[in-house]
Write a protein that binds this ligand. Sequence first.
Ligand SMILES: [Zn+2]
Length: 179
Amino acid sequence: MPPPLSPEASDALRATEDAIRTLPYEVGVAFDSAGREVVRRHGDVDQLEFGLAELRAMRGGTLTHNHPVSVAYPEGDPRRGGISFSLEDILLAIQESLAEIRAVSPGYLHSMRPHGRRWPRRAMVRRAYAEARRAEQQEDLVATRDGTLDYATAQADFYHLVWDRVAAQAGLDYAREAR
Ligand SMILES: [Zn+2]
């Protein structure tokens, strides 16, 4: 596993995340292993595309970004906390051998790293993801039908629970931290 960021670099990363977590558009910021900012890209509400030079610059580093969709929900709505990674986020992390990918939103920091030295293969993650989605959808359907789970909470936590399952299956270190 790559070495953790220095305390200074980790402070810079956190400060960046606090500045972008409630923005209504997506911002991606990458740091190299020394904690220097090497890429900063603005996107729209649910899309962030990096150019080839940016991908090369972030290789092996740490990429953080915000998930703006939750900002539209009112205070008190469970979906305002923020949703977890997209499949594309994790495939990008694998493709560029990132040390860590992070996603922030008003209520959470999400983090994904390889468990051990290497990321699993993308095909394996895709498969585990499809399986986890199906299983999670099935559980949510049962729980929302019998009234033990409300729809907004199910929606808010869906991808978080999917990645929890995928991480266990595929060999990933996944965490969601409340802020
Ligand atoms: Zn994302």
